[in-house]
Design a protein around this ligand. Structure first.
Ligand code: 48F
Length: 265
């Protein structure tokens, strides 16, 4: 049998088109494929929700590949190790409440578990804005404005496309890109002490890990923060190369949105 290039192209075009078209209306759109976004996507997909992830880079994983300073070992605490253990990542006990694992195994296994659970991935796709609506004087985000990352990187003047969703998870990490755009372009107030993004403080791992989970919540109608974005939004400290808070934040946002979706049904 000889291979036919046209058939191969047809397979790619048709399958991608079908996936994209079927994702124009989502339950949950996740921006950013770091540990918090991937954990959230995996759990939402496991609960049967229609969830897609938009990631600027070609690969999922965010800051997870490089452990600390490119030394590719992940450290997590007792209370979060189940997230990786449950999907088959071998964990090694280090000391007291600390566990380690291989960063590449953790990143690839989490990405794999999320996609096999049903999370759709649109990698090489940058979120440049949100879609906003006003009803009865209340504004709400109901979608994402997306563009191909090569278009963004080349600085080409090409208009984006839009997908609609019931909820957005802002998981873009330290930069809180989605929220920054939302605040810059709209006369709105976030559900934070100042009404704006508080901004990240310097390193204090112990406090930051707990705060990351506590600050994982809806900060504007339709927009939830998770991972480092939750930390930065509420002005907490950075925690550096310990990943438990990211995983637990992903779990929490998935559970909270799951409950909301059930209530809204
Ligand atoms: O930063 P990142 O890994 O997010 P996270 O889940 O985890 C943070 C940790 O990696 C680490 C840490 C651990 O203790 O502090 O930093 O909070 O991943 C964020 C992802 O979002 C993508 C970016 O490429 C990265 O993979 N991203 C950022 N802005 C956009 C985006 C955007 N506008 N559109 C699409 N993807």
């Amino acid at each position: 049998m000889s291979l036919n290039e046209k058939v191969i192209s047809d397979a790619i075009i048709t399958e991608y088109y079908n996936k994209f078209r079927d994702s124009l209306e989502l339950d949950v759109a996740i921006v950013g494929g770091g540990p918090s976004g991937m954990t959230a996507g995996m759990n939402l997909a496991k609960k049967g929700h229609k969830v897609a992830m938009f990631e600027r880079k070609l690969s999922l994983g965010g800051g997870m590949w490089g452990g600390g300073m490119t030394w590719n070992i992940i450290v997590v605490q007792d209370e979060s190790k189940h997230v990786l253990e449950d999907i088959g990542v071998p964990m090694k006990h280090w000391d007291d409440e600390y566990w380690t694992c291989d960063a590449v195994t953790a990143t690839t296994t989490l990405a794999s578990a999320a996609t096999i659970a049903g999370m759709r991935v649109f990698n090489c796709m940058s979120v440049e804005d949100v879609c906003i609506r006003e009803e009865d004087g209340q504004k709400r985000v109901n979608g994402l404005v997306i563009n191909s990352s090569p278009v963004e990187i080349a600085g080409l003047h090409v208009d984006p496309l839009v997908i609609h969703c019931k909820h957005v998870i802002e998981a873009t990490g330290h930069d809180t890109e989605v929220l920054k755009t939302l605040c810059r372009k709209n006369d709105i107030s976030l559900n934070t002490p100042s009404g704006s993004i508080e901004g990240e403080q310097s390193m204090w791992a112990d406090v930051a890990e707990t705060n990351t989970v506590n600050h994982t919540r809806e900060v504007f109608p339709g927009v939830w923060v998770a991972g480092m974005a939750a930390n930065a939004t509420f002005g907490s400290y950075r925690m550096g190369p310990v990943f438990g808070g990211m995983l637990l934040s992903g779990e929490k946002v998935a559970e909270d949105i799951h409950q909301r979706l059930i209530a809204e049904d």
